[in-house]
Design a protein around this ligand. Structure first.
Ligand SMILES: NC(=O)c1ccc[n+]([C@@H]2O[C@H](COP(=O)([O-])OP(=O)(O)OC[C@H]3O[C@@H](n4cnc5c(N)ncnc54)[C@H](OP(=O)(O)O)[C@@H]3O)[C@@H](O)[C@H]2O)c1
Length: 275
C-alpha cells in the first residue's frame, strides 16, 4: 500500500515516535490525524508537521485519553468526520514508569495496562470492522523491545507490551485474507521525551542492561516502521539486536536470562561500591 491520500490516524501523535510518524506520513501525502491528551502539545505537533510538509493536507488533532473508551471513540469520530474512515491506525500512545517491583504501587501497573494495552485495544476494536468491510486497511501497534523480553525494572511496562504482541498475533491470524494488515513494532531505546522521563526512575541495573543497545532517533524508527507498513510486514524490529532477539528469544531464553542476571549483578555491585 502507499500512504498517499490515506487517512493515517496516530494515537500518541503529539510527541516522540508518534509525532515523527505523523510528520513522515504527511510528507508522503497522507491525511494525518493525531490523538493525545495535552492540547498545547497537539497544537505544537500540528504546527511542526505543517512546517515540514507545507503541501500536506490539514492535520487534524483531537484531545483524548486513550485509556477511556468513550473519549477515544468520540475522538475517532471527530477525526473521521474531517478525514473520512481511518485507513491506517497507528497506536503509539504509551507510558513507562520503571522501578523496582516492590517500590512500584499497584496503581502504576493498572494505569500502564490501561494506557498501553486497553488504550490500544479500544481504537483497534473501533476501526477494524469498517476496514474489514472495505476490504483494506492497516493496524500498526507500537510495542517495545520490552515486549520481546522482560527486562529488570520493567515489571509494569513489559506485561503491557507483551500483551500487545498477543493481540497482534491473534488479530493477524483472524484478519488474514481480509485485506486488513496488522503490523507490530518493537522499538529499541529511542531518543524521545518518554525515554528522558524513564531515565529519571530507572534502576541502575536497567540502565546497564539497556546501555548496550544504543540510542535510536524517532526519525529512524518512524522511517523503518512506515516502510514496513507499506510493504505489509507483520513484525518490525529496528536494528540487528532486536531482530535477533525476535527470532531467537525463545530458543536462547536461558542464555539470555543468565547474561541479563550477570549484567544486573555487576551494575548493582558497582553502584554499591561507588557509594
Ligand atoms: N522511546 C523509547 O525508547 C521507546 C522504546 C520502545 C517503545 N516505545 C513506545 O513507543 C511509543 C511512543 O513512545 P515515545 O517515546 O515516542 O513517547 P513520548 O514522546 O512520551 O510520546 C507519547 C505520546 O503518547 C501520548 N499519551 C500518553 N498517554 C496518553 C493517554 N493516556 N492518552 C492519549 N495519549 C497519551 C503523549 O501525549 P499526552 O501526554 O499529551 O497525552 C504523547 O503524544 C510508546 O508506546 C512507547 O512505549 C518507546
Amino acid at each position: 500500500m502507499t500512504l498517499r491520500d490515506q487517512h493515517v490516524l496516530i494515537t500518541g501523535g503529539s510527541s516522540g515516535i508518534g509525532l515523527e510518524l505523523g510528520r513522515q506520513a504527511a510528507a508522503a501525502g497522507a491525511r494525518v490525524s493525531l490523538i493525545a491528551r495535552d492540547p498545547a502539545k497537539l497544537a505544537a505537533a500540528r504546527a511542526a508537521i505543517r512546517a515540514s510538509a507545507p503541501d500536506a493536507a490539514e492535520v487534524v488533532t483531537v484531545s483524548a485519553d486513550v485509556a477511556l473508551e468513550t473519549e477515544i471513540l468520540s475522538a475517532l469520530q471527530a477525526a473521521e468526520k474531517i478525514h473520512g474512515p481511518v485507513d491506517v491506525l497507528i497506536t503509539s500512545a504509551g507510558i513507562a514508569r520503571p522501578g523496582y517491583f516492590e517500590d512500584v504501587p499497584v496503581s502504576v501497573f493498572e494505569r500502564t495496562m490501561a494506557v498501553n494495552f486497553f488504550g490500544t485495544l479500544y481504537p483497534v476494536k473501533a476501526v477494524v470492522p469498517a476496514m474489514r468491510q472495505r476490504g483494506r486497511g492497516a493496524v500498526v501497534l507500537i510495542s517495545s523491545g520490552a515486549g520481546l523480553v522482560g527486562l529488570f525494572g520493567y515489571t509494569p511496562y513489559a506485561p503491557s507490551k507483551f500483551a500487545l504482541r498477543g493481540l497482534a498475533e491473534a488479530l493477524r491470524a483472524e484478519l488474514k485474507s481480509t485485506g486488513v494488515n496488522v503490523t507490530i513494532v518493537y522499538p529499541p531505546d529511542t531518543d524521545t521525551p518518554q525515554l528522558a522521563e524513564e531515565n529519571l526512575t530507572k534502576p541502575v541495573e536497567t540502565k546497564a542492561l539497556t546501555a548496550g543497545g544504543g540510542l535510536w532517533t524517532a526519525e529512524a524508527v518512524a522511517r523503518i516502521t512506515l516502510a514496513a507498513v507499506q510493504r505489509g510486514r507483520f513484525t518490525v524490529t529496528p536494528g540487528f539486536q532486536l531482530t535477533a532477539l525476535a527470532w531467537l528469544q525463545s530458543v536462547f531464553a536461558p542464555v539470555l536470562h543468565w547474561n541479563f542476571d550477570r549484567i544486573a549483578r555487576k551494575a548493582r555491585r558497582n553502584a554499591a561500591g561507588g557509594q
